[in-house]
Design a protein. Structure first.
Length: 276
């Protein structure tokens, strides 16, 4: 089996299944998520937004994959170009943790690793349930604003809302929907989030927290006054793969710091100076 992976979530899942040897090609974002891939000399592909652009499909065809695996996000025009080439394509579009577990089982079946797939899903389920049991001992259920993108402002996806709920938090807003800086700024004190989490797609851990708060005039928000504003690495929230467990650990440590250890990957808002 020769697999071309178009998303880090695919490559990360294959690694967790012990099946990295099935990869024949991946994207540069896969290399960032799995540095060990840099030693394997795989062909580096464009992501699943770009195969309708000149030259990109030819690079993919040259790798001679038995299967192209893609997951959200992708452009339909790009996938259509791959399909027209005759290459077998499997596309995944999970919305919930249950969907992600199904996709892990599906990927495991493709590479004939059924037992490893079941074990991985069981490990993820167990981690979520254990966190939920421990977090339930707290009587405080913080309100959490979690942002996937800043231009426009987009709330994090449904599976992040599930992780926040598992950590005994209340997700602010509707998962995956748009909002505005003005709408958040105008919230009355009793409706304001207790915690602000930023995990912008493709930004890694480089969300400029101070600049965001300053430009949006969010200094008065309860979460900002209490410095409960954090950047979470992109792949911990936006990659539907086993790395979501790291996202859960980040959430739990932020929401209930007396119950869970701090996570080294979190970046917290420092004291900021208002620009005028």
């Amino acid at each position: 089996m020769r697999i071309a992976s178009l998303q880090p979530s695919i490559s990360i899942t294959l690694a967790a299944l012990g099946q990295l040897d099935t990869l024949c090609a991946c994207t540069k974002y896969c290399l960032e998520a799995l540095p060990e891939l840099t030693t394997r000399n795989h062909s580096i592909l464009q992501d699943s937004w770009s195969f309708d652009k000149p030259g990109n499909l030819e690079t993919l065809l040259a790798t001679k994959p038995d299967l192209v695996l893609a997951s959200v996000p992708y452009r339909m025009e790009s996938l259509a170009a791959i399909l027209k080439s005759g290459l077998p394509v499997l596309t995944l579009a999970p919305h919930t943790l249950a969907d992600i577990y199904k996709d892990i089982r599906l990927i495991a079946s493709v590479v004939h690793s059924y037992g490893q797939g079941e074990a991985l899903v069981a490990r993820m389920n167990s981690a979520v349930e254990m966190t939920a049991r421990q977090a339930a001992s707290s009587s405080h259920r913080p309100i959490v604003y979690s942002e996937e993108w800043g231009k426009p402002l987009i709330h994090s996806q449904h599976w992040v809302a599930e992780l926040i709920a598992a950590a005994n938090g209340a997700f602010f807003g509707t998962p995956g929907s748009h909002t505005t800086a003005e709408a958040i700024a105008s919230l009355p004190e009793e409706q304001q989030p207790d915690v602000l989490l930023f995990a912008w797609c493709g930004a890694g851990n480089r969300v400029p927290l101070e600049r965001v708060i300053d430009q949006r005039n969010w200094h008065h928000l309860r979460a900002v006054r209490n410095r409960r504003v954090f950047c979470v690495p992109d792949e911990f929230f936006n990659t539907p793969a086993p790395t979501l467990l790291e996202g859960l650990a980040c959430i739990a440590s932020v929401l209930h710091p007396t119950l869970f250890p701090s996570h080294k990957a979190l970046i917290q808002l420092n004291e900021i100076h208002r620009s005028r």
